[in-house]
Ligand binder design. Sequence first.
Ligand SMILES: Cc1cc2nc3c(=O)[nH]c(=O)nc-3n(C[C@H](O)[C@H](O)[C@H](O)COP(=O)(O)OP(=O)(O)OC[C@H]3O[C@@H](n4cnc5c(N)ncnc54)[C@H](O)[C@@H]3O)c2cc1C
Length: 473
Amino acid sequence: MLRDQLKGELVLPSDPGYRLARQLQNTEYDTVAPSGVAYCESPEDVVACVRHARETGIPAHIRGAGHSFNGWSTGTGLVIDLSRMNHAVADGPTVRIGAGIQSLDALDALKSQGRQIVTGTFPTVSQGGFLTGGGLGWQTRKFGVGSDRIVSARVVLADGRTVRASADEHPDLYWALRGGGGGTFGIVTEFALRPVDAPRLTGFETLWPYDDAADVLAAWQSWAVDAAEDLGTSLVVLPGIFGPDGKPIVKIWGVHHGEPEELARALDELTERTGTKPVHREAGAPGAYADVMHEVLCGSKTVQQCHRTGTHPDAIGHRHPYTRQAYRLTGRAVTRAEADSLLRAWNPDLDDERYLLCIALGGAANRVGRTETAYVHRDAQFLTGYQIATRDEESVARGPVELDEWADRCGAALAPLATGSYINFPSSRVPADWERDHYGENTPRLREIKRAYDPDGFFRHGQSIDGAAPADR
Ligand SMILES: Cc1cc2nc3c(=O)[nH]c(=O)nc-3n(C[C@H](O)[C@H](O)[C@H](O)COP(=O)(O)OP(=O)(O)OC[C@H]3O[C@@H](n4cnc5c(N)ncnc54)[C@H](O)[C@@H]3O)c2cc1C
């Protein structure tokens, strides 16, 4: 029995905790019924799960914190959950983290140890999914993509062996784990990371009227491309339900690694470039990296409150509703006319909950060669995309055709600007040549590595690398 072999917990459909155990971040996948959810507490637990799945012939689904937009961390087989493997320990020149650790917990645990790591812009994403896909956020411009800082990884392979992947050991696997996508090459149980040197940070937020949205979007993009690498920033167009007087609004926010006066000057420059004034502008007091990141990610919530509701007695973090999305990477600032076209696709006249979101990239991330790691997008300046959501169960049950149509229109508006796609922000509509779109010229090498480490495709999901496909396609 698998249960007897685990230090952790196995939750089966007949167990009281099953309803919660099968949840991902997105409510869309609440209807998926895995045959069991194994909360692993050690690498040996992970090995036992892999062997069990192999011997019984059931699919294995690797899960960190369940943020996969397209539901790749669940299915009808055994969910191998890493969320309890969540240590974070300073270890000489590196930081060792359990692959299931969430951003907010890593920031918190490392604070007293005088070290920090790169995270994304959402508190509960796990480092396992974040790093294996690349790892983008407000530190990208200053410190590179998260996976550029992986020194080594402990990995349980499809045949149940455990290996260490680094520049010297299993170098091909090490290369693939840095951006080749989660759930594909093995189950990472622990990473050793190069920490970031980021003692102080300042958070900031500005709000702009929707009437100026095209000017603001174009100006923000050119500002971000030209800005010092100390700047980490996102822009989101929010629908009327979140704006003043029911009108949509544009929010620009992020963190700054430099002196507060430099941030103030940079924000003045943003105002100058837009040719209009924000309705709100606020910069926090400079503070410790962990504190400022926590505040920007979680607001006034405590660490425990900031977790997803149900995963801790105090947790009140929200889940995401049924969502459709279209995201691409773009390689330069948009013109005013292009900004207009992106906003027309977003469509200010709709009432639905929907967003146009951009994260500024470039900087240190683009000083690494395209083939040095599996993350190929070294010319990207922005992650740009759209999301639409519905909480109406009837509409979901009917099949939300309007959501798909909206996302398709948005995807079409983005297409002329796109340089590729980021595997951690996959579009709902999967393009025919998605591997090239996500991995470019690194695709053949990823297929070879998949064949070498998982020849029968034991680890697979909707967009995992297919080792059976010809390597040179
Ligand atoms: C609200 C939201 C905000 C986000 N913000 C950002 C952001 O700012 N920056 C960014 O880069 N991304 C962001 N993402 C995307 C996120 O990085 C990816 O969805 C990531 O894969 C999630 O990892 P997870 O473990 O939380 O999710 P899961 O659904 O558990 O896993 C995602 C994928 O990774 C695989 N995986 C998970 N853990 C491991 C492991 N230990 N070993 C091997 N494979 C593993 C899974 O099999 C699955 O294929 C965001 C996603 C959401 C939903």
